[in-house]
Design a protein around this ligand. Structure first.
Ligand code: UGA
Length: 422
């Protein structure tokens, strides 16, 4: 078992620290945020992630896991994972300042011959800047991007599709892969630059795939085809695959939009015009607009004075994350066109969106509504009985942008059910 340090206990860092401790490693999670460290040390998760609190409590208790804001506590670690944020800069590129600062701070801290593992999503060749900032010839830099999805991060950590490790020292890269104890999982051992690019290429490809899905849904609506059947038919082709083929109100979250933009900047800086990236970003904006248009056209082509009940604020189910949420993008458009929007989300209880009212119970959300608009695919919404709510609404109109509700059930209760692409 190894001694592992994790710099940064945000979403990625916390999952990494907790899951490595669960595998039996001794893990020190470092963060500059004292409040966060206090909370984690008391056994409370700082992120909304299924199963996280239980694993924190368990591994704190058996002393496989400690949290600290004293950086010198990681001096005994053989592996230190950089998990600090790389937010989007004003030009769309990734802001590396936290990564560089952390590397500089580690100069006098890292053990001799330690391995510094970059897990933060960094643009291709950022490892070269990290080498310079760290300024330690004895330390090997291994790039080990993460592929965790919010909401299923713990399960993704223990059951990955692949492990990617990149370094100029392939043996050290393999040592990092071995920490995961996943002998049967495909491991790609490569150079630093390729490992860094695999992350952006994967996220951008998925975003492009979803863009195509949403465009097919729009086309199905226009020509009277059924997007669910069309996409299912496509997905059965093993070259296409059935995952990431679900239409929605547009794709979002803290990663896809940021990574697509950052990859575009990298390409531009290298005189490569990756036209698909720009097209995907533009098309995604059009999807937000298309959803707002659907609501408007169902309500007599005007949203002025109309009450829209929105179900779901999070960018997808299973998370409390509002960052780049398609729900927010659609809601802003509805409010901009004169609608009154009342939103309910099972986990998000407030949102800083001008004129938006977020209610605490689902019952408050549909009172006198002109239409219901489902934007996030929470299980809770699938349990709602249309019979029991229909007396409270002004109009029986339901727009399901995720195609997750039972159309027949809603139609039988007198609702006009409007799906996405069918
Ligand atoms: C994404 C990647 O899937 C992870 O592999 C990666 O590690 C992570 O970014 C990251 O870079 O840290 P995440 O942002 O948690 O994970 O979200 P996803 O589950 O991939 O969903 C992204 C967006 O696509 C959401 O808005 C979701 O609703 C949408 N989506 C996804 C669809 O509209 N349809 C689908 O079929 C799947």
């Amino acid at each position: 078992m190894a001694n592992i340090g994790v710099m940064g206990t945000g979403y990625v860092g916390l999952t990494t620290a907790v899951c490595f401790s669960e595998l039996g490693h001794k893990v020190v999670g470092f963060d500059i945020d004292t409040k966060k460290v206090e909370m984690l040390t008391s056994g409370t998760s700082t992120i909304y992630e299924e199963g996280m609190s239980e694993l924190i409590v368990k591994n704190l208790k058996i002393k496989n896991l400690v949290f600290t804001n004293t950086i010198s506590h990681i001096t005994d670690c053989d592996f230190v994972f950089l998990c600090v944020p790389t937010p989007q800069d004003s030009d769309g590129s990734a802001d590396l300042s936290y990564v560089i600062k952390a590397a500089k701070d580690l100069n006098g801290i890292l053990k001799k011959n330690a391995i510094l593992v970059t897990k933060s999503t960094v643009p291709v060749n950022a490892w070269k800047d990290i080498v310079i900032a760290l300024d330690r010839k004895d330390v090997t830099i291994v790039s080990n991007p993460e592929f965790l999805r919010e909401g299923t991060a713990i399960s993704d950590f223990f059951h990955p599709d692949r492990i990617v490790v990149g370094s100029n020292n392939l043996d050290k890269a393999q040592e990092v892969a071995n920490l995961y104890q996943q002998e049967k999982v495909a491991t790609i051992v490569t150079d630093n630059s390729s490992a860094e690019l695999i992350k952006y290429a994967s996220n951008s490809f998925l975003a492009i795939k979803l863009t195509f899905v949403n465009e097919i849904a729009a086309l199905c609506e226009a020509v009277g085809a059924n997007a669910n059947d069309v996409l299912q038919g496509m997905g059965q082709d093993s070259r296409i695959g059935s995952k990431y083929l679900q239409p929605g109100p547009g794709w979002g979250g803290s990663c896809f939009p940021k990574d697509v933009r950052a990859l575009r900047v990298t390409a531009e800086n290298n005189s490569i015009n990756m036209t698909l990236l720009s097209a995907a970003l533009d098309s995604n904006e059009k999807t937000f607009r298309r959803i707002a248009d659907k609501v408007e056209s169902e309500l007599g082509n005007s949203l002025i004075g109309k009450n829209i009940c929105v179900w779901g604020l999070a960018f997808k189910a299973g998370t409390d994350d509002l960052r780049d949420s398609p729900s927010v993008a659609v809601i802003e458009r509805l409010i901009g066109r004169g609608a009154t929007v009342i939103a309910f989300d099972p986990v998000i209880k407030s949102a800083n969106i001008k004129s938006l009212k977020v209610v605490k119970s689902i019952e408050e959300s549909y009172e006198a509504a002109d239409a219901i608009l489902l934007l996030t695919e929470w299980e809770e919404f699938k349990q709602i009985n249309p019979e029991s709510i229909k007396g409270r609404l002004k109009n029986l109109i339901l727009i399901d942008t995720r195609n997750v509700l039972d159309r027949q059930n809603w139609v039988n209760s007198g609702f006009k059910y409007i799906g996405n692409g069918w």
